[in-house]
Unconditional design. Structure first.
Length: 384
């Protein structure tokens, strides 16, 4: 289930979204259809995550700590109150946001953020709360997960939140960057460099791969990850696909399977930022899963969706991923688990793309990562 994907195109909702007031728009040619690119709104401070509400409006996080409600017409609310304090130093702050699969009944919203600990240490945390009917505050807020251990770093928090078909919550995490502790990505008694799988209340599913082992944390789903900031459920298989940052080279597209080791920091297609080899200096090793696809030079991936809508029939089943370093929206053609073609869109706009979400109208919605961040809407046809 994709974020906020409660309604499909058609009816009043689609008409509302299609009639939204755009600040600016232009037509872009692609290897497939011509697309119109509209600016729904701007003036957001480093927006990070976006989730659609059932009426077609949006919740958007700003990394410095604010959660905003944005209407289809682009009106931006004051910050929604009730969220815990976040540590917004460096790469920290308020990160992803998603809705409970039963949001229309329980109004629960989940978000990830950098949580401050003792002595300036931090970790990734996930909280949930009930959105008030007037969308001005979060009520009954509780922290359902805190990455362990907390460490002295303000980098590599992950973190995307993805519900699977059974209602389990995947949380993607980083290994917190520093060579002093990034090796914990290979250690099962640490949450660093892991993807974890939780029940919606933060408890542990009984079928997680390490449940019952004294030497492993039961929330762990897969390990050996560097910094996963793009993840989505493959609608054809129900599996979690993820894209993680490499160092200097070696961004990776993987299928996150239970108990699999993805090799960081022992193997990598990239090198350290100073040019020295990573770990063994090898890109592959026995017992460690290799990527389906890798980027060298990096795109710096953030945000990901499998396109399912009717607006772009040529792109159904394709992956779209935001590129920070590449300053582009990257499209991948797939044949099963094989990437057969890559196309880069919007590179002429030269903006860091932080998140990409399919809207209920079948359009693609993007967040640009900047002090004057924007929401872009990509839809079929030419700009008016």
């Amino acid at each position: 289930m994709t974020k906020g994907m409660f309604l499909r195109t058609g009816g009043v909702l689609a008409a509302t979204l299609l009639a939204s007031t755009a600040l600016a728009q232009e037509t872009i040619s692609t290897q497939g259809p011509d697309i119109a690119v509209e600016t729904v709104t701007e003036g957001l401070s480093h927006p990070w995550g976006l989730a659609f509400l059932p009426d077609g409006s949006m919740l958007v996080t700003e990394r410095y700590g604010n959660l905003r409600h944005v209407t289809p017409a682009g009106d931006v609310s004051e910050p929604i109150s009730g969220l815990p304090e976040v540590d917004n130093r460096s790469q920290g702050g308020l990160l992803d946001v998603t809705l409970d699969p039963d949001f229309e009944e329980n109004r629960l919203v989940y978000w990830s953020y950098a949580e401050l600990g003792e002595g300036g240490t931090t970790s990734t945390a996930v909280a949930r709360g009930k959105l008030s009917d007037d969308r001005t505050k979060m009520q009954d807020v509780e922290v359902i997960f805190s990455q362990e251990p907390k460490v002295a770093s303000s980098a590599h928090y992950g973190s995307r939140l993805v519900f699977d078909r059974e209602g389990h919550l995947f949380v993607t995490l980083g290994e917190r960057f520093s060579e002093a502790f990034r090796g914990q990505a290979q250690e099962l008694d640490s949450d660093l460099g892991k993807i974890v799988r939780l029940n919606p209340d933060g408890s542990i599913p009984n079928d997680n791969p390490y449940v019952g082992r004294d030497d492993a944390r039961p929330e762990i789903w897969s390990y050996g990850h560097r910094n996963v900031q793009a993840a989505a459920i493959n609608p054809g298989t129900g599996e979690l696909w993820e894209i993680e940052h490499g160092p200097k080279g070696g961004d990776e597209l993987n299928i996150a399977r239970p108990g699999e080791n993805y090799g960081w920091p022992i193997i990598s297609y990239g090198v350290n930022y100073n040019g020295t080899p990573v770990g063994s200096g090898k890109a592959q090793a026995e017992g460690m899963a290799g990527p389906l696809y890798q980027w060298t030079p990096v795109i710096a991936p953030s945000g990901m969706v499998f396109y399912e809508g009717d607006m772009f029939p040529e792109w159904q089943g394709d992956i779209f991923v935001g590129g920070l370093a590449s300053q582009a929206l990257v499209r991948l053609d797939l044949d099963g688990e094989k990437v057969t073609h890559e196309e880069r869109l919007l590179h002429e706009r030269a903006k860091r793309i932080r998140d990409v979400v399919e809207g209920p109208d079948g359009a693609l919605y993007l967040l640009t990562d900047e002090a004057n961040g924007a929401i872009w809407r990509l839809h079929a046809g030419k700009a008016s």
